[in-house]
Write a protein that binds this ligand. Structure first.
Ligand code: PLP
Length: 422
């Protein structure tokens, strides 16, 4: 039996429906992944937006291997270890100034789930019961029940909808709708029943890299402060320079109380979630009363190998070369988007930092369930490029080690695709 035949016999893949083609990958290096047949692909989507400095980066790989021989894992309830302490200290120093405590979990969904539970218990510990959450229309926060509840309703969570708690959805702000959005938002905050406002800051990934105004988002956070509502920035996608700065929150004048990280935190090597909080949040739990304890934890919380990978990832961000690469990618992406923006076969083209997206002008609405992207996916795979589309939106989020010529190759193939196929 071939690898793919055995795979089909034994494995249930995420997000794959019947008939979805599975490509066996056996090796990777830098921005490339290699198929079983030897075919080389440029990883233009950083393997679901997780990879930062390239695949199998020898520095990160060695740090994980060294750690595995020293201390592979220890329970994080009642114990600690040097890699976790080092990582937490570094993250606190890198994140906005108000952030001063790090809570570890396993992935992006759990980072948000933890934030949501913290926000609820923050009020509970103070003898208040607040029942409402606010999020943006089209936001995506993950696949666990809490994070699904905070996610836009629709195809992703339709079968579960009756089990999800109610959330108020507010449109993302731009210069045209600014007044209406702020008025509706303030109206909701005035109810005194809002526990928290959770948002994907500036870029809404799963919705197709939709982008909104950092200035107006800052005003919304300021309003939350005025009405004493907890603010949570879901930076699972946007963290680690995806938007050109270390964190998307660095573009905001007013900083959130809680910042959730995952994906890029380990450079794309290991799974880890981070929920980073300010003093106000932590203080509400720092109590002699056992009932005020945050009773949430996973077996692999604070895993040493994940922490070692994350520390090595941060080391690589300190290199001048990494910073230059990020700035070069920002420039390349904005140059290409400016060039292609008014192409007749596109509904839109947009970029922010290292993220770029083009929206094919296909039949039907732009959404994950728009099937036009399927043909594009196959076409680009054939050309040795992985840009896994979200519906009819083609997305480029490359690892920072991608060579200038490889990114230009992706652009040239997009132009060819638009000319010949779309
Ligand atoms: C903004 C955002 N939040 C949360 C998640 C969920 O992360 P995970 O897939 O690690 O559970 C994602 C995943 O794409 C995301 O983009």
């Amino acid at each position: 039996m071939s690898l793919v035949e055995k795979d089909l016999k034994y494995i249930w893949h995420p997000f794959n429906h019947k008939g979805t083609e599975i490509v066996p990958i056996v090796k990777a290096e830098g921005a490339y992944i290699f198929g079983e047949d030897g075919k080389k692909y440029i990883d233009g989507f950083s393997s679901w937006w997780v990879n930062m400095h390239g695949h199998c980066h020898p520095y990160i790989a060695k740090k994980i291997a060294d750690q595995a021989l020293e201390l592979e894992h220890v329970a994080f309830g009642g114990f600690t270890h040097p890699q976790a302490v080092k990582l937490a200290e570094r993250l606190v120093n890198l994140l906005p100034e108000n952030i001063d405590k790090i809570f570890f979990s396993d992935n992006g969904s759990t980072a948000n789930e933890v934030a949501l539970k913290m926000a609820i218990q923050y009020w509970y510990n103070q003898g208040e019961s607040r029942n409402k959450f606010i999020t943006f229309t089209n936001d995506y926060h993950g696949d666990t029940f809490g994070s699904m509840s905070l996610t836009a309703r629709g195809g992703f969570n339709e079968p579960f909808e009756r089990f999800l708690f109610d959330v108020e959805f507010v449109d993302t702000p731009n210069e045209e709708n600014r007044k209406d959005v702020l008025a509706r938002f303030e109206g909701l905050l005035k109810s005194d029943d809002v526990a928290a406002f959770i948002f994907e800051p500036i870029v809404q990934g799963a919705a197709g890299m939709l982008m909104h105004s950092p200035e107006i988002l800052s005003e919304m956070i300021a309003l939350c402060q005025k009405y004493n509502v907890v603010t949570i920035a879901d930076e699972v996608l946007t963290g680690f320079y995806r938007t050109g700065k270390f964190f998307s929150s660095d573009h905001l004048k007013i900083k959130p109380d809680i910042i959730c990280l995952s994906k890029g935190v380990t450079g794309g090597f290991m799974t880890m979630g981070v929920t980073a909080v300010d003093e106000k949040i932590f203080k509400a739990f720092d109590s002699e009363n056992k009932k005020h304890t945050f009773l949430h934890g996973h077996s692999y919380t604070g895993n040493t190998l994940a922490c070692a990978a994350a520390n090595a990832n941060l080391d690589l961000f300190e290199k001048e070369e990494t910073q230059q690469n990020i700035q070069r990618i920002v420039k390349q992406q904005s140059g290409f988007i400016a060039k292609i923006k008014s192409h007749p076969k596109l509904r839109d083209a947009r970029n922010f930092g290292t993220i770029a997206a083009i929206e094919l002008d296909t039949e039907g609405e732009s959404s994950y369930f728009n099937t036009e992207g399927n043909d594009a996916y196959k076409w680009f795979m054939d050309k040795g490029i992985v840009i896994r589309p979200l519906g009819n939106v083609l997305i480029m989020i490359p690892p920072y080690c991608i060579k200038e010529e490889d990114l230009n190759y992706i652009y040239s193939q997009i132009e060819l695709f638009l000319e010949k196929v779309a």
